[in-house]
Design a protein around this ligand. Structure first.
Ligand SMILES: *Cc1c(COP(=O)(O)O)cnc(C)c1O
Length: 239
């Protein structure tokens, strides 16, 4: 059993996280099964993924390609859905398109075209979410809201991508109300796009620290790392 500072095991942490999701759903009159728990296993060993898998977890999020590929290739279970949630460099699109089921961090047409081009033909279209720079931070990943519609139009024409929704990481250190405001803007953007693009339904927002607020604003995928697996490990800098 893996344990960490609070002496919580991974199975216990999964149960507590699911409870927090259930409570947040109840508080905002939403259905529990409308919110997916994505377990963010970045920097954690394959054994931690398998421990969570054995307790029913099927969706895992990874940020660092090399760290992720070792786990994906070594993993004995083929019913896991792997989500890429890190920054995407062009030279990584081939492996990402071949090894992942979802990408949350698409923010450029060039990367979208490469992912579509590299998606192996025996696999279903890659599910993608467009990352929005919702807090307008300089030097941050994500497309500005003003350019979102243009990118949606481009991405939705690519044959091997299925554009499912939007994702954001609000600026750190904000007040709760400005975070709430950012999440609400995301939900409004999703709702507006949904008229012309009915396949755009997902909202990937909310992490360990802000999942309740994200769910109140309409999140459909919460990305939880620390609350499930404990503090991050340090990775070899080459990864
Ligand atoms: C690391 C990471 C998470 C998980 O964050 P926690 O605070 O550990 O829950 C979620 N989303 C992204 C994009 C991340 O990089």
């Amino acid at each position: 059993m893996t344990s960490y500072a609070t002496q919580q095991t991974i199975p216990q942490a999964l149960i507590r996280t699911q409870q927090r999701i259930n409570e947040a759903c109840q508080a905002s009159s939403r259905l529990t099964h409308d919110v997916m728990l994505l377990a963010v296993s970045k920097t954690k060993p394959l054994s931690a993924v398998i421990e969570a898998y054995n307790h029913g977890q099927r969706h895992f999020g990874e940020n660092y390609l090399q760290d992720a590929l070792e786990k994906i290739e070594g993993c004995p279970h083929d019913d896991i859905e792997w989500h890429f949630i890190g920054a995407i460099q062009s030279n990584k699109t081939k492996s990402i398109a071949a090894q992942f089921d979802w990408v949350h961090t698409l923010d450029r047409d060039k990367i979208a075209r490469r992912l579509s081009q590299h998606r192996p033909s025996h696999l279903p279209p890659l599910k993608v979410l467009i990352q929005v720079n919702i807090s307008n931070e300089s030097n941050k990943n994500g497309v500005p809201l003003k350019q979102l519609e243009e990118l949606v139009d481009q991405v939705s024409q690519l044959p091997n991508l299925l554009l499912c929704g939007l994702m954001c990481i609000p600026a750190a250190g904000q007040t709760e109300s400005s975070q709430h405001h950012a999440f609400n803007k995301m939900a409004a953007a999703r709702d507006q796009l949904n008229h012309a693009y009915p396949q755009i339904k997902q909202l990937s927002m909310g992490m360990s620290g802000d999942l309740t607020s994200a769910i109140a604003c309409g999140s459909t995928i919460v990305r939880i790392g620390t609350d499930i697996f404990g503090a991050r490990n340090t990775l070899n800098p080459e990864l």
